[in-house]
Unconditional design. Sequence first.
Length: 298
Amino acid sequence: MLYNVSVVSDKRDGLEIVPVMKGDYVILHTDAAEIQKYHLIQWMFGNTVICTFNKTYQVPPILNKLEVDRDTGSLKIRSIRTEQCGTYNLQMISSTHTIQKRFNITIFDAVKSVSVMEGDSVTLESDITKIYDEIQFEYDDSIIAKISRAAQNFSTFDVPDGRFRHRLKLDNQTGSLTITNITNQHTGFYHLHIFNSRHTVHKSFVVNVCNTGVTDIQKYGQLLWKFGGNDTLVSKINGTHPVFSTHERFKDRILYHENGSLTIEDTRFEHAGSYRIEMSSSRNTLLKRFSVLVTGDY
């Protein structure tokens, strides 16, 4: 899994948009220089009062992910999940004036890395568990798929260069998008936005299309895939009969493809490093190297 995310807030019509990665925490700041002059600070989630701060502050037991800073009145929300997304309203009342602020927390997942062999299909899963109003997939800032519940409409769209023509299949029940007969042209970042009346969820995928580059594998009597400086054997292929490594690092993780390419499933940090394929025929041996980088949190 690849993480490559930056977080910034965005103010729109007095509403501060705050994107947060799922599982992280967020602090909603009061920006109050002198909190003592306010005799009441109140936080609301939608129309529900979740915290009142004055000389003492109270947090209902069911909202144990909340923490209020006694010095600033700012609200910290820990371990963000979908149910914590939505609009938060802040009201600070003094003897002379009242200040109001609004924040909208949206959630996004870490970027998911998906590897697929050229010519195969890949499905970008929405993982939807709740009712939604609209789903939108984007590739390179272009909308390629959209579901609208209100309009009872679901559609796929090609981009100007035609790379997605007749290749997109949108599941209007699950919200997942499948790209068929994939090529190197489809490598890159895909963004999914899931909207409902209370919050927005963002997900991102990076799709990697892999290929050995071999068009006629039959002419090679043997293919060896090796890993690392010690040349750990990942797989040995004689003709069309693969023998996979029994090394614990690769056990039950290797998928073999007819063109000699390999897919490593459920990639972990221990799979990062240098890979080499040796393709031997009666006349020559072809060598290719690949470098795999794995970053993220497990």
